[in-house]
Design a protein around this ligand. Structure first.
Ligand SMILES: Nc1ncnc2c1ncn2[C@@H]1O[C@H](COP(=O)(O)OP(=O)(O)OP(=O)(O)O)[C@@H](O)[C@H]1O
Ligand SMILES: [Mg+2]
Length: 257
């Protein structure tokens, strides 16, 4: 097995995943360097979300391994991976619609500390000023502070995405995985999210971002991997990937389907 490599926070090694007869991931290898923003792009159905779910233990690979800071995650449950310092924003927001924004952001703080979502504990510990202060700070960060007492279910899709981002930030993860964080956002909100992600970058958090919006990708990415039909077909610096004929072909192929 691979030994820990310096500066590699996330290492996906020779991962395969099939769903029945469909090969969603084929021999995928990915190395994400500490402090970098690593974008994964590719046409619809390329396997991007599957790859992210493999990284957080939601989907188990048929073979291959995922290593976080050199530690093999094969036997780890998703909540354990979260406690190790990996947080994620899913393609479809997963928030608590019946709770306020403030409670939504406080829950993951306790989840990380206590290892599980403890709903009744939330009210009981609402008095824990430090967590509440932190939650308010995070809501300011994501631009939702004014709405902190609203129910999360009332938010627009774009605001729900930002709330979910806040739910990750309060955990102060070492690695943040984002599956289309600007999907469903108007341009103004997208730009706000780009600014927010840039600010987080300066705090040294490593990020993997799956994104269709090339404006977002080229504003943020240090490195880009291109996934098409379950395989990494290109990888490199943004300018290298932008000019790659293989990449153009993959996207044109999609347009012609
Ligand atoms: N749980 C599942 N069961 C069966 N097939 C699945 C499952 N999850 C994903 N797939 C299939 O695996 C392939 C890759 O899906 P995935 O969601 O990873 O793609 P994606 O790159 O995230 O696409 P998009 O850009 O549309 O979000 C698709 O063909 C999809 O239909
Ligand atoms: Mg997806």
């Amino acid at each position: 097995m691979t030994t820990a490599e310096k500066n590699i926070v996330l290492h996906v090694a020779d991962v395969n995943k099939s769903f029945g007869g469909l090969r969603a991931l084929t021999e995928v290898n990915l190395k994400v360097e500490e402090g970098k923003v690593h974008a994964i792009i590719g046409p619809n159905g390329a396997g991007k979300s599957t790859l992210l779910n493999v990284c957080i233990g939601r989907i188990r690979p048929d073979n291959g391994h995922v290593l976080f800071n050199g530690q093999v995650l094969d036997e780890h449950e998703p909540h354990e991976i979260n406690q190790l310092g990996v947080s994620r924003v899913f393609q479809t927001p997963e928030i608590f619609a019946d709770l306020t924004l403030l409670d939504n952001v406080m829950i993951p703080a306790f989840a990380k500390r206590d290892g599980a979502f403890k709903f009744n504990a939330v009210r009981a510990v609402a008095a824990e000023k430090s967590v509440r202060d932190e939650a308010e700070y995070v809501l300011q960060d994501v631009g939702l502070y004014e709405r902190r007492f609203d129910l999360a279910g009332a938010l627009s899709r774009g605001d729900k995405r930002r709330l979910e981002l806040g739910m990750c930030l309060i955990q102060k993860p070492k690695l943040l995985l984002l599956d289309e964080p600007t999907a469903g956002m108007a341009r103004h909100d997208t730009n706000m999210t780009i600014d927010l992600l840039k600010r987080i970058k300066s705090r040294g958090m490593t990020k993997v971002i799956i994104e269709h919006d090339m404006h977002v990708v080229f504003s943020l990415a240090d490195k880009i991997s291109v996934l098409a039909q379950g395989k990494i077909i290109a990888e490199g610096l943004p300018d290298e990937v932008r000019g790659s004929p293989k990449v153009k072909e993959a996207y044109l192929g999609e347009a012609h389907q």
